[in-house]
Design a protein around this ligand. Structure first.
Ligand code: RET
Length: 298
């Protein structure tokens, strides 16, 4: 049985004026977004890609259609890049990826706040369409067979898409690291098919083509590998501003598309053995000549 004095104590406790209510003032999320310098860079890159597309398209005019394959592919890469840069410069095609960050304090418990970084998904759309075209140029140059070229292109598309899923994934989760691993493995497949297999296949061509492919594939490998490094340091670890990230990608994109494009097209004119003569549908379409239709013969 409860003693009346105990009841009195319990009542006193229940009705006592409450102490200070612990208050946690939520810290608003911090947004890492593109600034003035980033926007200007995106517009400049849009201009560079448009001008490059015009130059590449015009330079193919005096080349017979059967030998235009490098020109067509190179022009398409800069046209697609112009569209992607236009989308980004005009303020579209981006989203935010937020991660919780710990704030330590001296006398009160740790608190957390969200850091939300702008991710331009237009880049991944661009890469998914243009990197297969860039690989196709290299495979044609080396004389890589269709089976290996197709495998390299599919591995490349998987690399880009899984990179996008990882970029949008939650920090420190299996989804983020899983997609990242898939992307890296796919990149190794690309190197294997184009770099190693291409080096073996180009042996059947003349020495100048072999030298050109050797140097080009080495530089392509170095510049391409810079992409995942920037992706990790800037986009993922958030060690740079969005503007710096935009500027680094701009330099890499300018090298990979207009600069390497000019190099390939000039070399194609200088080294006869780089030429690929594509007849048939590529040059003539589905012409009616030569087809016998049942009922036509009298
Ligand atoms: C990602 C995700 C992280 C892992 C790897 C990646 C590789 C990216 C590469 C991009 C190349 C882009 C080019 C663009 C030209 O316009 C997707 C960053 C391995 C190799 C050449």
């Amino acid at each position: 049985m409860i003693h009346p004095t105990q009841v009195a104590e319990m009542l006193a406790q229940a009705t006592a004026t409450p102490g200070p209510i612990p208050t946690v003032i939520p810290t608003p999320p911090e947004f890492q977004i593109s600034g003035e310098a980033g926007h200007r860079t995106l517009w400049v890159m849009f201009g560079i890609m448009v001008v490059s597309s015009g130059v590449f398209a015009l330079s193919s005019w005096n080349v017979p259609i059967s030998r235009r394959v490098y020109y067509v592919i190179t022009t398409l890469t800069t046209i697609i890049a112009s569209l992607s840069y236009f989308a980004m410069a005009s303020g579209q095609a981006s989203t935010f990826n937020c991660a919780s960050v710990k704030d330590s304090h001296e006398h009160v418990p740790d608190t957390y706040h969200d850091v939300c970084r702008q991710i331009y998904w237009a880049r991944y759309v661009d890469w998914a369409l243009t990197t297969p075209l860039l690989l196709l140029n290299l495979c044609l140059l080396a004389g890589v067979d269709g089976a290996h070229t197709l495998m390299a292109i599919v591995a490349d598309v998987i690399m880009v898409l899984s990179g996008l899923f990882s970029a949008l994934g939650h920090t420190g989760t299996a989804q983020k690291w899983g997609w990242f691993t898939i992307s890296c493995i796919s990149y190794l497949f690309v190197i294997w098919h184009v770099g190693l297999h291409g080096t073996r296949m180009v042996g059947a061509k003349s020495a100048p083509v072999g030298k050109l492919f050797g140097l080009m594939s080495l530089l392509v490998f170095v510049v391409w590998t810079a992409y995942p490094v920037v992706w990790g340091v800037a986009g993922n670890a958030r060690k740079t501003t969005v503007d710096t990230e935009t500027m680094i990608y701009a330099v890499l994109d300018a090298l990979v598309k207009p600069v390497f494009g000019v190099w390939l097209l000039i070399s194609n004119r200088a080294i006869a053995d780089t030429n690929i003569d594509l007849d048939g549908f590529w040059s003539h379409g589905l012409a009616a000549e030569g087809r016998i239709r049942v009922g036509d013969e009298e």
